[in-house]
Design a protein around this ligand. Structure first.
Ligand SMILES: Cc1ncc(COP(=O)(O)O)c(C=O)c1O
Length: 376
């Protein structure tokens, strides 16, 4: 047997990592500006994280959700305080897709409807409902198309309101669209979604799987608008590499409890990892850091030759170039050994580094990029 390749593999074999750096089997270093799809939030092998998981592993790695787990209580308490959603409840699971799948299911349990409104360019995961709400037909098998989902252009109020009526179960939107190439919903558009959901009894789901956990400079990217979603999904940065995800559930959902379940979700080891992440975010003031470091970086990137647009907030940055990026990306990866991400927009590079990335490493990347763009 051999592993099933889910992506086209780059010829790199990392075997260890620290902070924003990876080393391969020949001890060659790589600067990690991508965090393995926005997962590495507090840096690889952070000492607080390593210690917390190691200690928990020695104590109790797993027991099922049929007994009291004080680590879940501590995690929910801290997540509530740090995100500002103190009165919400937390359902724990294992991946972003699973979080969205459960959020959509909860929405339907609550209002008994099935139509979902999602947006052009959306990515919500690869399980049945999540992939049906993902705007990429290539990812959908015939069986996924049984769901009732419509896609409307992001920030298009008219097209959106044309879809809204009493049959809508949920509207699902990313805090900032990641896979598409870093596109932000306008504040007024987000507010309009909330108003329309209120008017028609639809559930408003914010997918903060990629944009959450301080990456945007706020705990959640949607928080620059005064809006309380019905459901918020989190994953990626939550465990800094340990698989854990969650759904933050508005207190009005009490009536639908007992509808969800999971074997592995919220296990002791996963909770320990997620608690360490929240502790480090607070202790090292990483949200504020992401905001200031990101603002400066976006400013510098905008002044580079060949750059058409720079989008994003904090350390969730999309750099769109005037030409396709294939050669540039190859050069960054294999000549300069700097890992960046691609996007559905083929002229865009995604920068999603650890929130702990230091200025020297950002400067190093800027110099390399600037030099590469001279001949691009
Ligand atoms: C916004 C968003 N939602 C959901 C997912 C799916 O997460 P996972 O791969 O953990 O299932 C992703 C993954 O890229 C994502 O970016």
């Amino acid at each position: 047997m051999k592993p099933f390749d889910v992506y086209t593999l780059q010829d790199i074999t990392p075997v260890r990592a620290k902070g924003s750096w990876l080393w391969d089997e020949t001890n060659t270093p790589y600067l990690d500006l991508y965090g393995g799809h926005a997962v590495i939030s507090i840096g690889h092998s952070h000492p607080v994280y390593v210690q917390k998981i190691s200690e928990q592993l020695q104590q109790l790695a797993f027991y099922s959700n049929s007994v009291i787990n004080p680590l879940q209580q501590e995690l929910a308490l801290k997540l509530g305080i740090q995100s500002g959603y103190t009165d919400y409840d937390l359902f724990l699971c294992n991946s972003g897709a699973e979080a969205n799948e459960n959020a959509l299911k909860l929405a339907s349990f609550r209002n008994g409807r099935k139509k979902v409104v999602a947006f052009s360019g959306s990515f919500h995961g690869r399980t049945s409902l999540a992939v049906a709400a993902t705007n990429d037909a290539k990812l959908q098998a015939k069986i996924n198309t049984a769901h009732d989902v419509v896609f409307v252009p992001l920030n298009d109020k008219e097209a959106f309101s044309a879809q809204m009526d009493e049959t809508v179960c949920a509207v699902i939107i990313e805090g900032i669209q990641g896979v598409a190439g870093i596109y932000e919903p306008e504040p007024l558009f987000l507010q309009y979604i909330r108003e329309q959901c209120n008017a028609f009894g639809a559930m408003c789901i914010l997918d903060e799987v990629q944009s959450g956990y301080g990456r945007s400079g706020l705990f959640f990217a949607h928080q620059y608008v005064a809006l309380r979603p019905d459901l918020i999904t989190v994953a990626k940065g939550m465990g800094n590499g340990f698989p854990i995800a969650g759904v933050l559930i508005h207190p009005d959902f009490k009536a639908v409890y007992g509808m969800l379940g999971t074997t592995f979700g919220g296990n002791h080891l996963a909770c320990a990892a997620a608690i360490a992440v929240l502790d480090v975010i607070a202790q090292e003031n990483l949200m504020q850091r992401a905001e200031t470091v990101g603002q400066q970086w976006i400013h510098t990137l905008k002044s580079m030759p060949g750059v058409k647009d720079v989008r994003g907030k904090g350390l969730m940055i999309g750099v769109e170039f005037e030409k396709p990026i294939q050669n540039l990306k190859q050069s960054l990866t294999f000549k300069h050994r700097m890992l960046t991400g691609t996007a559905a927009n083929k002229q865009t590079i995604r920068l999603l580094p650890a929130l702990t990335i230091n200025q020297n490493d950002i400067d190093r990347f800027n110099e390399v990029l600037y030099a590469e763009l001279q001949n691009y």
